[in-house]
Ligand binder design. Structure first.
Ligand SMILES: [Fe+2]
Length: 358
């Protein structure tokens, strides 16, 4: 695999802006009283304070977390201030991270919600990490070899986040709290691959379904076939790709060969930023697939720890056919949707554009 370490878009919070994010998050937390609903972050008072006060952040924060601007479909944003001692040890699994957030990373959770709200609409999944709006990505004992964020010793194959679902994120925000072994995250863009016209035609034809990943459970029946790679209304390459959850053996040889060539191209154009504490990776989930190189988990409280937020960009359209997908019964928790819809109803163009995604 060719690794391109440096040719990925980088942005930097200016120091005042970075301080403003952390101090607004701390102030919101202080005013919350006994920090209710930390397991999910669904507390209406917290959400109202995020929406009510996100506008206090300088414009440069919104600039820094706007969707990636280059064909790489990914951007590293540097400069969020994180102090290792403030979080406590890396928890043993996501449940522990959520339950003990009040003693450690809750301020960072709120900072992440503020940043995600600057970019679009943060949301969670009912069936994943208890619907929490900010997920914790930590290696978990017993899950080393699975294709999920809890794994470690296995290569986490490049994938579209929640490729199986029509309501998947447009933008992923991955913030690094701790990464002592500099474990690289991988990102590869379908806007940088080179494929023949025949392969593009084959991959645009709905051929195979994509199943939910193991973090949602198991035993799902295969449903409608989906296209793998197609061109959106602006002629830009777009993808839903998750080989670990795609029944490739059910396709004919021509499709499997085209899929294999796409996989090889995604490896060729792979970028592998090793996030440092305080760095945030933005991934355009319609354009770039992401994964993680293998590593040996320590399980001693010092392991790699990322925070992840799924973000919907209301101005971005998806293929009309996706609106009929049933999503294997998985439902989003989208508490910020209502305020976007109120904005649209009032006929106000919000600052990110005014076209509603179906
Ligand atoms: Fe992922």
């Amino acid at each position: 695999m060719t690794i391109h370490q440096h040719d990925i878009e980088c942005r930097e919070f200016d120091p005042d802006a970075a301080r403003a994010v952390r101090s607004l998050a701390s102030d919101i937390r202080r005013r919350l009283g006994d920090t209710p609903h930390i397991a999910t972050l669904h507390d209406p008072e917290l959400l109202a304070r995020i929406d009510g006060r996100v506008g206090e952040l300088p414009d440069s924060v919104r600039e820094a977390v706007r969707p990636p601007a280059t064909a790489a479909g990914a951007t590293v944003v540097r400069g969020l201030v994180v102090v290792d001692a403030e979080f406590g040890p890396t928890p043993a699994h996501w449940q522990a991270a959520a339950e003990h957030a009040a003693d450690g990373s809750l301020d960072l959770d709120i900072a992440m919600l503020l940043l995600a709200r600057c970019a679009g609409e943060p949301f969670g999944w009912e069936g994943q990490q208890n619907g929490r709006l900010v997920n914790n990505i930590v290696p978990a004992a017993g899950h080393e070899d699975e294709q999920s964020g809890a794994s470690s010793t296995t290569l986490l194959s490049p994938h579209t986040e929640d490729a199986f679902h029509a309501a998947r994120a447009n933008l992923l925000m991955l913030a690094c709290l701790r990464n002592p072994d500099r474990v690289a995250t991988t990102v590869s863009s379908v806007r940088q691959v080179r494929l023949s016209e025949d392969d593009l035609r084959t991959l645009a034809t709905p051929t195979l379904p994509i199943l939910p990943d193991v973090s949602y459970g198991t035993g799902f029946d295969s449903l409608a076939p989906l296209p793998t790679l197609w061109f959106d209304e602006n002629g830009a390459a777009t993808t839903r790709y998750d080989p670990a959850y795609t029944p490739l053996d059910d396709a004919d040889a021509e499709f499997r060969a085209a899929y294999a060539r796409l996989t090889a191209e995604l490896a060729r154009v792979c970028h592998a930023p090793a996030l440092a504490p305080g760095e945030i990776l933005l991934v355009d989930n319609d354009v770039a697939v992401h994964g993680r190189v293998p590593f040996r988990a320590r399980y001693d409280g010092t392991d790699r720890w990322l925070k992840r937020v799924n973000i919907r960009l209301p101005e971005r359209r998806r293929r009309a056919q996706e609106s009929s997908e049933n999503g294997y019964g998985q439902r989003v928790v989208a508490p910020f949707r209502a305020s976007t819809e109120r904005t649209v109803e009032r006929g106000m163009a919000d600052e990110r554009g005014s076209v509603e995604q179906p």
